[in-house]
Design a protein around this ligand. Structure first.
Ligand SMILES: [Ca+2]
Length: 736
């Protein structure tokens, strides 16, 4: 071998080795970034932000080892804008146009922050809810090394083995696989963007329907009474201008929070969703530790917007109050010195800051167009003296239905104007009035500051993309402030006031196991082959029902057994489709059961067909009168009617009354719940329902009172279900 060449070769090798080791140490210095992003969550539902009930030990631990931002906000409180803002580093007004502000311009989304990280050697991953509104032809997966959109609807996804897995768990499963397949010496940026805790809007069954939780947290909080909303005083709502009293914030209040029962059920379900996220995060952190990557991985936890959970008589997000704009933000950087860990900062932070922060951590230049700033200085040390005191907030998504506003927070003062609603203005002093209950706009002492904030808003609007074009097509209210029947909010009724609950074509408005339920010849059809071990249900998803007049045509095969279940409760403890509640029975072969009033899994038979019954306050049903019993042939259509007003229940078949009952048992009775129909264990059968409609009656119909319905001494007990002693005789009310 030529000596010179040999020398040259070894020099080359040495240089290559040097370069390699340099590259390696550089890579080692660059941290990995994991961004956990929840949906629809404000600070009130995280343990470390002061909620004593909710269990979020893993998120709390991140705060203990990291920095918790007390004043973190989004620029616009709606899912897709918040997400697009993080991906682009731009406010909604800046990534869209005045004519079409909701649509991101192609040039604004050409390079996402993940592209910039990737160009600098980061492996990037995205799993979960995307929901950013991108231009046509935009290819999401082209902006990440690994990408999988995982959405809700349904939250439970069928797995290859037939089991169901919640999206929160699936997203973290993917994240763990990503970490396990991470090549050595290469940094990564992983986005785990949950759908939780977004409500399943199209499914308004309280609890598991509206806020489906991962089954790992089943039963959690079941025995806990959640405190009523802090800002629940109706006067707070009544003080709103009409355009906010009639908006989508109010409409959805009637979906989820308007009765104590719905509130409790949905709050518990929501808390479970949060604890589900927390548990999944714990699982991820363990895998990260096991992969030996924890020491160099920064963890971020935040949410895309805040959430009204009955505060102010509202639901959802969108409007200008802190409940909607404020989000949790926790940053845990393991490289930060011990003495800086566990701190709580009042530095004003925005969702807009996150992409700039991610790039800063990676040592990538933050593009000039980015409107946020890196949070790294705050996380590493004390809040810099020149940290921002001003943030800009706006809302214009779905402008025809959600009141649009723009405004500025500066120090303690927050100013907004609803520019499509006569420029209605708010000015809040967040220090003296953190709940924003006082509007200072008319207060002369604030006149000067008000004018300054108006001018500053105009200036910022101009800088960020200019005023929006005038609203086209007008504004549409979503509800009246106090609907007569809350179930009728958003429902379309015919001329007689009836709402169709089944369209004759699809099961879109229903949820149940397709193994038993289908549409046949325009009818909602349930079938069993005689092998059922448990009654199965299909439930109407559009709303709960309270006081109502229900009409439906019913046909059942010989020997068949079904029922119209009303004011029911989902029972995920028994099965995802199981419902308990009152039932107007449909029983083909027993006229004493056909049209009777039964209670599934509760007090059982409340009245046989033809019995007029009063249920005493202790839950005992007493027969106080009789009606003739008729036989209705199987395999023919019959008109069923269920009329329920307050605690008075009446059933009819073909105009013939089969049940008339007053329920005076305050503990056992239900005044609201879901509508479902049933297939029963027993012989093979087919049940069909068509022309299914309901008229929602006023919520506040009076309840029948015991003093107006004395039970006569000769009233006798309703025969209970099941085998009874041979000499069983009904108890007599007067002889108790
Ligand atoms: Ca959201």
């Amino acid at each position: 071998m030529n000596l010179m060449i040999g020398k040259f070769k070894s020099l080359l090798l040495l240089t290559a080795l040097l370069l390699l080791s340099l590259g390696k140490s550089e890579a080692a210095e660059r941290p990995n970034i994991v961004f956990f992003f929840a949906d629809d969550q404000t600070t009130s539902t995280v343990g470390c932000y002061g909620n004593q009930v909710i269990q979020t030990p893993n998120i709390d631990e991140l705060a203990k080892r990291g920095t918790r931002f007390e004043k973190a906000y989004v620029s616009q409180a709606i899912c897709w804008v918040s997400r697009t803002t993080i991906l682009t580093g731009l406010t909604g007004r800046s990534y869209g146009t005045p004519a079409n502000p909701e649509q991101a311009r192609p040039d604004a989304v050409q390079t996402l922050y993940t592209d910039l990280l990737r160009e600098q050697g980061y492996r990037t991953g995205f799993y979960g809810k995307w929901h950013a509104k991108m231009p046509k032809d935009f290819k999401r997966e082209a902006h990440f090394d690994e990408f999988e959109a995982i959405s809700r609807n349904p939250y439970y996804k069928k797995q290859p083995d037939g089991s169901l897995r919640h999206e929160t768990e699936l997203i973290v499963d993917r994240g763990i696989d990503f970490v396990k397949s991470q090549p050595k010496g290469k940094p990564f940026a992983l986005n785990l963007w949950f759908n939780a805790c977004h409500a399943e809007d199209s499914d308004r069954r309280p609890g598991i329907g509206h806020f489906p939780w991962p089954r790992t947290v089943d039963g959690m909080y079941e025995d806990i009474e959640i405190a009523p909303p802090r800002l629940g005083d109706p006067e707070i709502f009544n003080a709103q201008p009409n355009f906010l009293q009639t908006t989508i914030n109010r409409e959805r209040y009637f979906w989820r929070w308007n009765t104590p029962q719905k509130y409790q059920t949905n709050m518990r379900a929501y808390y479970r969703m949060v604890s589900g996220i927390d548990g999944a995060i714990g699982r991820f952190l363990k895998a990260l530790e096991e992969a030996g990557l924890a020491d160099n991985t920064i963890i971020v936890y935040s949410a895309d917007n805040g959430y009204y959970m009955a505060n102010r008589g509202f639901a959802g997000k969108w409007s200008h109050y802190e409940n909607a704009l404020q989000v949790p933000l926790i940053v845990m950087d393991p490289r930060v010195p011990k003495e800086e860990q566990g701190k709580v900062t009042d530095a004003l932070a925005l969702n807009l800051d996150l992409p700039a922060t991610f790039l800063d951590w990676a040592g990538v230049d933050v593009p000039k167009r980015y409107q946020g700033q890196s949070l790294q200085p705050v996380v590493k040390g004390a809040k810099p003296a020149d940290w921002r005191t001003e943030t800009f907030h706006e809302h214009f998504a779905v402008r025809n239905r959600i009141p649009a506003f723009e405004g500025i927070r500066d120090g303690n003062l927050k100013y907004v104007r609803y520019f499509d609603h006569d420029n209605y203005e708010y000015l809040h002093d967040l220090e003296s009035d953190p709940d924003e209950l006082v509007n200072l706009v008319g207060n002369p002492r604030y006149a000067e500051q008000l004018q300054a904030l108006r001018d500053r808003t105009t200036e910022r609007v101009k800088e960020l993309g200019g005023p929006l074009d005038p609203l086209r097509g007008g504004f549409r209210d979503s509800t009246v402030p106090y609907p007569v029947a809350s179930a009728a909010v958003g429902a379309r009724a015919d001329n007689d006031g009836f709402v169709s609950v089944f369209d004759g074509k699809t099961l879109r408005h229903w949820t149940g196991d397709p193994q038993y339920w289908s549409v046949e010849a325009g009818a909602l059809t349930g079938k069993t082959d005689g092998s059922l071990k448990m009654n199965r249900f299909i439930t109407w998803k559009d709303s709960t029902i309270r006081n109502f007049d229900l009409r439906v045509k019913v046909k059942v095969t010989e020997g068949g057994n079904s029922g119209i279940q009303y004011r029911g409760t989902s029972r995920p403890d028994l099965g995802l489709d199981i419902v308990t509640g009152y039932q107007c029975d449909v029983v083909a072969n027993n006229p004493n059961y056909n049209g009777m009033l039964y209670e599934e899994k509760g007090r059982r038979i409340l009245s046989h067909t033809g019995e007029k019954v009063i249920i005493a306050s202790d839950g005992q049903p007493w027969v106080v009168g009789k009606m003739p019993v008729k036989t209705f042939a199987p395999d023919e259509w019959h008109d069923f009617r269920v009329l329920v007003r307050g605690n008075h229940h009446e059933h009819w078949i073909d105009g013939h009354k089969t049940a008339d009952l007053i329920d005076l048992d305050p503990k056992g009775r239900a005044l609201e719940g879901v509508l479902a129909v049933q297939v029963h264990v027993g012989p093979k059968m087919k049940i069909q329902y068509k022309d299914f409609k309901i008229k929602h009656l006023p919520d506040d119909l009076p309840l029948e009172q015991a003093e107006d319905h004395p039970i006569s001494a000769d009233a006798y007990g309703v025969r209970p279900q099941g085998r009874l002693p041979k000499n069983w005789k009904p108890p007599i009310y007067g002889k108790q």
